[in-house]
Design a binder for this molecule. Structure first.
Ligand SMILES: NC(=O)C1=CN([C@@H]2O[C@H](COP(=O)(O)OP(=O)(O)OC[C@H]3O[C@@H](n4cnc5c(N)ncnc54)[C@H](O)[C@@H]3O)[C@@H](O)[C@H]2O)C=CC1
Ligand SMILES: CC(=O)C(=O)O
Length: 371
C-alpha cells in the first residue's frame, strides 16, 4: 500500500504521524511511504533520516495526500478538504462530533475515515487516545500552575503553598486517563486535589491508587458547583467516546469561582465541558478571561511537546497502520473489532452513532457495509 504523511498545519502542531522507525516497520512489509518535506522537523526528525529509513520525500502536501492511505495527527483543516478522494483511507484524530463541516466533507468524498480516538479495546479503553491523554493530563496541571501566576493573568498563588501558607486547590472533573495524569502532577506540585467522576467504580479505583492523598467526589451539579467555588484551578477531563462533551459546568458556576482562578478544559477537542469554553484557543494565544476566570482551551496540547508526543503516539498507531496496510481496511476492520470501532465515515455514511447523533445524520453500521 502507498501511505502518505503530510506535514501538520494546525497552529503550533509540531507532531508528525510517523517516525523513521515507523517507516522501517511498514517498509519491511512491502509498503511505500511518502513523507512531505520537513513534516518531521518539529519533532526532531530530518528528511535525511526518513530517506535512510526508506521513505520518499515529496515536496507538496498534494503528493502526500494522493496515496491510498494518509496518516495524520490532527483533524484535517478546511484547506485540506480539497485533497479528499473517493476511497481514501484517512487514519488520524478526527473529533467529528463538534465538526459538522469536516463530517460533511468526509461523507461527500466517500473517505474511509478511521479516528484514532474511537478505536476501542474490548475492555473499553481507547489505546490510540491514551498516550496523548497522558501527555495532556500531565501538561494541564503544569499549565494551570503557570497561569495562576499573577504576570500570566492568574490570582498569584503557588499551588504548593509554603510552610505557614495554605496549598492551592485543584479540582479535576473526569477521572480517566487525563484526570489521573493531571492528579499525579498536581499532587507532585503539592496541591490539594479533588477528582470528580460519575462512575463509582472509577472513584474506587482512584481511591485505591492515590489513597488519602486525594479527595474523590461523585459527579453531580451540587458537588461540581461547590468544588468549583473553592478551587484555584479546575481541569475538564470528561469523555463520552465519540460524542460531544457534556456541558457539566454552567456559566453561573463559573461566575461563582474566585477572581483569577484558572480553567484548563482539556476536553475542548470534543467541544468542552464548560458553558464558558465556547471557543478553541491556540498555543499562540492560549487563554481568554471570562467572569474574572482565565480559560485555557487548546485542542492540541500535546503539540507543544512534540518529541515526546510523536514517539508516544506512533508507538501505538503504527501497529494498527500495519494491519490496515497488510490486510486492506475491510479485512483488517472485520478481523479486529477495536479497529472497526474506529471507522467514523465509510461509503458516504456516518458509521459512528454518537457522531451521527451530534449532527442529526443517518447512521449506518460499518460492519454491515463491509460484509
Ligand atoms: N486538548 C487536548 O489536547 C487533548 C484532549 N484530550 C481529551 O481529553 C478528554 C478526556 O480524555 P481521557 O481522559 O482519555 O478519557 P477517559 O475515557 O479516560 O476518561 C473520561 C472520564 O470521564 C468520566 N465521565 C464521564 N461522564 C462524566 C460526568 N458526567 N461527570 C464526571 N465524569 C464523567 C468517565 O467516567 C471517565 O473516567 C477527551 O475529550 C480527550 O479527547 C486528550 C488528549 C489531548
Ligand atoms: C487527542 C488529541 O486531539 C490530540 O492529541 O491533539
Amino acid at each position: 500500500m502507498k501511505i502518505g504523511v503530510p506535514k501538520e498545519i494546525k497552529n503550533n502542531e509540531n507532531r508528525v504521524a510517523m517516525t523513521p522507525a515507523g517507516v522501517i516497520t511498514l517498509k519491511s512489509s512491502g509498503h511505500e511511504i511518502f513523507v512531505e518535506s520537513t513534516a518531521g522537523e518539529g519533532s526532531g526528525f530530518t528528511n535525511e533520516e526518513y530517506q535512510e529509513a526508506g521513505a520518499t520525500i515529496v515536496s507538496t502536501a498534494k503528493e502526500a495526500w494522493e496515496q491510498d492511505m494518509v496518516m495524520k495527527v490532527k483533524e484535517p483543516l478546511p484547506e485540506e478538504y480539497e485533497y479528499f478522494h473517493n476511497g481514501l483511507i484517512l487514519f488520524t484524530y478526527l473529533h467529528l462530533a463538534p465538526e459538522p463541516e469536516l463530517t460533511k466533507a468526509l461523507i461527500e468524498n466517500k473517505v474511509v475515515a478511521i479516528a484514532y480516538e474511537t478505536v476501542q479495546s474490548k475492555k473499553g479503553t481507547l489505546p490510540l487516545l491514551t498516550p496523548m491523554s497522558e501527555v495532556a493530563g500531565r501538561m494541564s496541571s503544569q499549565i494551570g500552575a503557570q497561569f495562576l501566576e499573577k504576570s500570566r493573568g492568574g490570582m498569584g498563588i503557588l499551588l504548593s503553598g509554603i510552610p505557614g501558607v495554605k496549598r492551592g486547590r485543584v479540582s479535576i472533573i473526569g477521572g480517566g486517563v487525563v484526570g489521573t495524569n493531571a492528579a499525579k502532577i498536581a499532587m507532585g506540585l503539592g496541591a490539594d486535589v479533588t477528582i470528580i467522576d460519575l462512575n463509582p467504580e472509577r472513584l474506587r479505583e482512584l481511591d485505591d491508587i492515590f489513597g488519602s492523598s486525594i479527595n474523590t467526589l461523585m459527579s453531580n451539579p451540587l458537588n461540581i458547583a461547590h468544588a468549583l467555588s473553592e478551587s484555584d484551578l479546575v481541569i475538564g477531563a470528561v469523555l463520552i467516546p465519540g460524542a460531544k462533551a457534556p456541558k457539566l459546568v454552567t456559566e453561573d458556576m463559573v461566575k461563582d469561582m474566585q477572581e483569577g482562578a484558572v480553567i484548563v478544559d482539556v476536553a475542548i477537542d470534543q467541544g468542552g465541558i464548560f458553558e464558558t469554553t465556547d471557543r478553541i484557543t491556540t498555543h499562540d494565544n492560549p487563554t481568554y478571561e471570562k467572569h474574572g476566570v482565565l480559560h485555557y482551551a487548546v485542542a492540541n496540547m500535546p503539540g507543544a511537546v512534540p518529541r515526546t508526543s510523536t514517539i508516544g503516539l506512533t508507538n501505538v498507531t503504527v501497529p494498527y497502520a500495519l494491519q490496515l496496510a497488510n490486510k486492506g481496511y475491510q479485512k483488517a476492520c472485520l478481523e479486529d473489532e477495536s479497529l472497526l470501532k474506529g471507522i467514523n465515515t465509510l461509503d458516504g455514511y456516518v458509521t459512528y452513532k454518537a457522531v451521527a447523533e451530534a449532527h442529526d445524520l443517518d447512521y449506518c453500521d460499518a460492519h454491515s457495509l463491509l460484509k
